[in-house]
Design a protein around this ligand. Structure first.
Ligand SMILES: NC(=O)c1ccc[n+]([C@@H]2O[C@H](COP(=O)([O-])OP(=O)(O)OC[C@H]3O[C@@H](n4cnc5c(N)ncnc54)[C@H](O)[C@@H]3O)[C@@H](O)[C@H]2O)c1
Length: 343
């Protein structure tokens, strides 16, 4: 039985479906602070409480014989984290402490953790980013994700934990209309929001050193991301049959105990510029979108792109979907977002 914390959220609900499709049993732990009960499909069991409640985590882990955790539950708005740093550390850093204590007590020894490209901060000349690129988060959200990785690395030998931290790049699209991203902070939701309000999408900065002058980011389809989690769950379970060629070596490396530890970038390795994203949304809508151009924002690096080679070598996983798949599914989800008051 896999416990998916944050399984009622945007990404978690896709992962729950992918795990169920893989034949796994799933219990979701979610406080529904941003998640939706309607996103948890019937075969999965839902427990509504905060992961800060260690005792309750232990009880559920023991009762349902949980063998591994996919840990997504967190607050994720980088901007908000600058205004509320203590709250972000309370929820995200505190959440990881509580989870590790519970896993230790209940002897659960497999963990897949939602980390983020935010751990890299604002890379200047380091592109594409590899897992050994410098980690210099520029906001409390990014710090909380990096501290989470550090805590897992520190705790793993004593607990006997097999673990993988997946550093997601820009997650986009949806696998079904009612699983659309309800948050407002990412580029594609911002373009949809502007369109719904009868406004032009905005481009901040057209003089970056990129082919069309706008910033480049690495967008990953949430369905591909969910598949990466299924592969990571197999990896930390020691099921290396479908894993990549480097998985055996990974298990043999480390402290000699055979435990698996992996930090992996999850992106496509192909960047898309802001203008390309807006054009792709326009194609999906069947009407070209004319953007409004504004000056650069402070702190936006020109290019943030993943080197996903290690994930391919270790997980045997590669992204399959392209930008038009992400924007197409996001545009398809607009009707659901409107009907439910998110647009
Ligand atoms: N969306 C992205 O582009 C992105 C990129 C990198 C990393 N991530 C990480 O992926 C994870 C999921 O993000 P998402 O986009 O699905 O966000 P989301 O807000 O849709 O999902 C988070 C889920 O966690 C739940 N939750 C939050 N705090 C909780 C707590 N204390 N106890 C129990 N449940 C709690 C929420 O109710 C929600 O269902 C997060 O850890 C986030 O940091 C997201």
């Amino acid at each position: 039985m896999w416990m998916v914390t944050g399984g009622a959220g945007y990404i978690g609900s896709h992962i729950v479906r992918a795990l169920l499709d893989d034949g796994q049993q799933v219990v979701v732990v979610d406080d529904l602070s941003t998640g939706l009960m309607s996103r948890v499909p019937t075969p999965a069991h839902l427990e509504v409480f905060s992961i800060l409640d260690t005792k309750q985590l232990v009880t559920v882990m023991r009762q349902l014989k949980v063998t591994g955790v996919v840990h997504l539950a967190a607050k994720k708005a980088a901007g908000e984290s600058v205004d509320e740093p203590v709250y972000y550390h309370y929820e995200n850093t505190g959440g990881m402490i509580s989870l590790l204590r519970a896993m230790e007590a209940a002897e659960v020894k497999r963990l897949v953790y939602s980390s983020s490209a935010a751990v890299y901060g604002e890379p200047v000349d380091d592109n594409p980013l590899t897992e050994s690129s410098p980690t210099e988060p520029t906001n409390p959200y990014g710090s909380s994700k990096l501290i989470g990785e550090m805590m897992v690395r520190d705790a793993a030998p004593a607990i006997g934990l097999n673990w993988a931290a997946l550093r997601y790049f820009n997650v986009a699209g949806c696998g079904a209309d009612d699983l659309a991203d309800t948050s407002a902070a990412n580029l594609i939701p911002m373009v949809l929001r502007a369109h719904a309000a009868g406004k032009a999408p905005q481009i901040f900065g057209t003089d970056y050193p990129t082919p069309d002058g706008t910033c480049i980011r690495d967008y990953i389809h949430v369905v591909d991301l969910a598949e990466a989690h299924v592969a990571a769950c197999r990896l930390v379970s020691g099921d290396l049959a479908a894993a990549g060629p480097a998985a055996e070596a990974l298990a043999a490396a480390g402290d000699g105990s055979g435990r698996i530890e992996a930090v992996l970038n999850i992106g496509t390795g192909r960047g898309s510029s802001v203008r390309e994203v807006i054009d792709s949304v326009g194609r999906a809508m069947g009407e070209p979108l004319v953007a409004e151009e504004s000056p650069r924002r402070i702190g936006d690096p020109s290019i943030v792109q993943a080197d996903p080679a290690l994930a391919a070598e270790v997980l045997g996983w590669r992204s399959r979907k392209v930008l038009d798949d992400m924007t197409g599914s996001a545009v398809s989800g607009m009707g659901w977002l409107k009907e439910n008051g998110y647009l």
